[in-house]
Structures are given as C-alpha cells and as structure tokens.
Design a protein around this ligand. Sequence first.
Ligand code: GAR
Length: 191
Amino acid sequence: MASGSGSNFEALVEACRGNQLPAEVALLAVNNPDCGAQQRAERLNVPWCLHDHRRFSSREALDRALVESFQSAGVDLVVMAGWMRIVTAELIEAFPDRLLNIHPSLLPSFRGARAVEQALAAGVTLTGCSAHLVRLEVDSGPILVQAAVPIASDDTRESLSARIHRQEHRILPLAVQLAAQRLGLLGPAQG
Ligand code: GAR
C-alpha cells in the first residue's frame, strides 16, 4: 500500500527479486491516481490497483475495498509502505498480525503526520524509522525493526528525510521477513 513516491515499495520489490527476501510483491494498492508508487509498479511490472479514498464514503468502505483486492490476490502479508491514510478495524482484523507499517521516527516518539518535521522542531539529535505491526491506535503496535539516524545541526527536512529513507529501505524487508517467520510463513525465526 502506498500513497506517494513509493521508494519503500520499490525497495521491497528489489529485496524479493534480489533474493534477500523469499517473497513476491503480488499487488500494489495506491490511493492517489498516478502517484510515484503507481509509476514504479508499471516500470517494475508489478500489478497495481487504485482505490481513490475520495471516492469512498468512509474510511471503513475504503478499507473493505482494499481487503477485497488483497484477498483476491491471495496475499499473506500487507505492508503500508508510505500509506498516508488512517486505517480501520476492517483492514486490521482481516490481516491479524499480517499488516505492517513503516514510520519515519523512532516510535513511540513523533507519531502521526510529519514525523520528520516533528523531530527537527523538537531539537532531538537522534531520530530514525520503525517498522511495526499495525494496531487501531495510529503508529502504535509491536515494533519489528528500528534503525537510528543522527540529526546534524544543518539538517533540513529534505536531507534528514533522505537519510531516514535509506534506513527504511534496509529495515522494511527485514521486518517483512521477521513477521513472516513469526507467522510460520517462512523457516523458523532467527531470534
Ligand atoms: C516514508 O518515509 C514512510 O515512513 C512515511 O512516508 C514515506 C513514504 O516514502 N510514512 C508515514 O509517514 C506514515 N505515517 P516512499 O513513498 O518513498 O516510500
């Protein structure tokens, strides 16, 4: 699931194709027509579907459409790879412990939107990214993998965001692997 540029989506596809992750990205769902993620899916030959949130009467209705798409595609795990919509029990309960999110902070710090800006405004010298299982409360849920990213005094939103993205691309495939192992979808968990 992606709403924007889709670099995390591409990192997952590359990890699968490069044999770092024994999995396949079966389907990309986007909510913004012609977003970067959709363009990446076309270039990478990954099937994609559009569920434009503006066309649904509620968050639940959007999530029910997503669930239908994922169930038709027969997916085992769902990854919110830059999904900028709040999700509901419709989606979370359809994929118990199988719905992952990537967030650009060291949770539980800086939940919600604009986490990179929040970290800069707070004046902290260390932030990072977190991959976690999704629960109803936004940006909560058991942490799978985190990476720390130091903040330099001259960092801007762009420079810091770029360094966080590099770490996200590294930890998101690791988190998918860990979640899959815990569910018994792969071999035994490695600790
Ligand atoms: C990522 O930094 C991800 O952590 C963030 O959106 C970005 C998407 O980048 N997600 C959130 O802020 C969710 N609250 P991408 O489209 O290049 O993968």
